[in-house]
Design a protein around this ligand. Structure first.
Ligand code: HEM
Length: 400
């Protein structure tokens, strides 16, 4: 009897546990996958996703990029991640001025100090949840510090933005209390921006009120309050949960692969490459949604205009057509390119920051806890349509 056709449902908790065998079947058996019940297509092979990411006119982001929101265009979202050119060029040109790699690299010593502030109190404990005590705190502390969000408000803003990503079982849309929380966080950001406009400070939020960008015909524009608010909300989600999850995956994989951990302990400089391997092997952002702007031919079939297509970068990282032994986690692997931070015009704006924070967090944790166990009941997975990772991970450090 022939095997049943492969099925992929991004909301399934079962898929969240381990999507990779399903992705392997999709790459082999259905490189252009179609889910009739949920009415979406999916691409899983590396070459197909790379081509789609750089296609200049066949796909739009304006119908949102996460399946649950992709039923209609969202032209007024104000979120750059849901924009196409020319609006996206203008917005990206503006915020990039506040987000330069040089500005980010200047943060290294502060990030190290923030990491130490969370990790030092854990030294000597028999066990701790590394997500709750460390990885969930670090990225928001870094973003908050960079933006200038006062310390007293950070935890609250972080809880509000984390809640936005949570989905109850069986319901793809956020629950009402989450939407209310989001409104509170937005109102808070408005207040903070108004304070900066009245009295500029030495922080990125102030810089966002000042940056200017000239388009091709010389028209100069600035960010409005609404532009800044939407950017802040994007940072609080895109830049927070993703790093939290990548780091949890890092400590989990370094436990499952003690030889790889030993390599890092012997040569901490390998942490830089380990971050790239993690983004290939098990990226926190598993797919980027797009909608076709015209009929598109893929694998001999026509995908009609206005179809929803998921570019599953999580599957592309395991494509044996691109990577040798792709299911092996190898911190020394030479990777020329991966799609873990996206590709093309929406390539992660926070890529330098994500890489820097993740490298430092791996170095600093292993410097204090070179050897640890994870108990069988210490692993808790989060559920979301496109963010994959652990919401709890208990480490039991080997005592000296
Ligand atoms: C490991 C951590 C991270 C991962 C895996 C990740 C992943 C991604 C991916 C895949 C995209 C492309 C989305 C698309 O094509 O539709 C993206 C875009 C973006 N990311 Fe990240 N990200 C991470 C960290 C960060 C951080 C730390 C920040 C900022 C603080 C950030 C801010 C953004 C923004 C603003 C965009 C939208 C860019 C645009 O639309 O032009 N991300 N990210």
């Amino acid at each position: 009897m022939a095997d049943a056709a492969v099925t992929y449902d991004p909301y399934s908790y079962e898929i969240d546990e381990d999507p990779y065998p399903t992705y392997a079947r999709m790459r082999d058996e259905a490189p252009l996958y179609y889910n009739e019940a949920l009415d979406f297509y999916a691409l899983t092979r590396f070459a197909d996703n790379l081509a789609a990411f750089v296609d200049r006119d066949a796909y739009t982001s304006t119908w949102a990029t996460s399946l649950e929101f992709m039923d209609q265009p969202h032209p007024d979202s104000g979120l750059m991640i849901w924009m196409d050119p020319p609006a996206h060029n203008r917005y990206r040109g503006l915020v990039s001025k506040a987000f330069t790699p040089r500005r980010i690299s200047e943060l290294e010593s502060r990030i190290r100090a923030i990491a130490a502030g969370h990790l030092d109190p854990l030294v000597g404990r028999d066990r701790f949840d590394v997500v709750k005590e460390f990885t969930a705190r670090l990225p928001m502390d870094v973003i908050s510090e960079m933006l200038g969000i006062p310390e007293a408000d950070r935890r609250w803003v972080q809880e509000g933005s984390n809640a936005m990503l949570h989905r109850d079982p069986g319901s793809p849309l956020p629950p009402p209390e989450t939407i209310a929380k989001q409104q509170e966080v937005l109102a808070y950001f408005d207040e903070q921006v108004a304070l900066r406009r009245a009295r500029p400070r030495d922080d990125m939020m102030t810089l966002l009120t000042q940056v200017e960008w000239a388009d091709e015909d010389g028209t100069v524009s600035r960010l409005s309050d609404a532009d800044i608010r939407q950017f802040l909300i994007l940072l609080a989600t895109a830049g927070n949960e993703t790093v939290t999850k990548l780091l949890a995956t890092a400590y989990y994989e370094l436990w499952r692969n003690p030889d790889e951990r030993a390599l890092l302990n012997a040569d901490p400089a390998l942490a830089r490459n380990a971050v790239e391997e993690l983004l290939r092997f098990d990226p926190p952002s598993q797919y980027q949604g797009r909608v076709t702007t015209r009929d598109v031919e893929l694998h001999g079939q026509v995908v009609p205009k206005h179809s929803r297509v998921l570019l599953i970068n999580g599957a592309s990282g395991r494509d044996e057509r691109k990577y040798a032994s792709p299911d092996r986690f190898d911190v020394r692997r030479e990777i020329d390119v991966h799609l873990g931070l996206g590709y093309g015009r929406h390539l992660c704006l926070g890529a330098s920051l994500a890489r820097l924070e993740s490298r430092i967090a791996i170095e600093e944790l292993l410097a204090r806890f070179p050897d640890y166990e994870i108990p069988a009941d210490g692993i808790e997975r989060m559920h979301s349509s496109n963010v994959r990772g652990l919401s709890g991970l208990v480490l039991e450090p080997a005592q000296p």
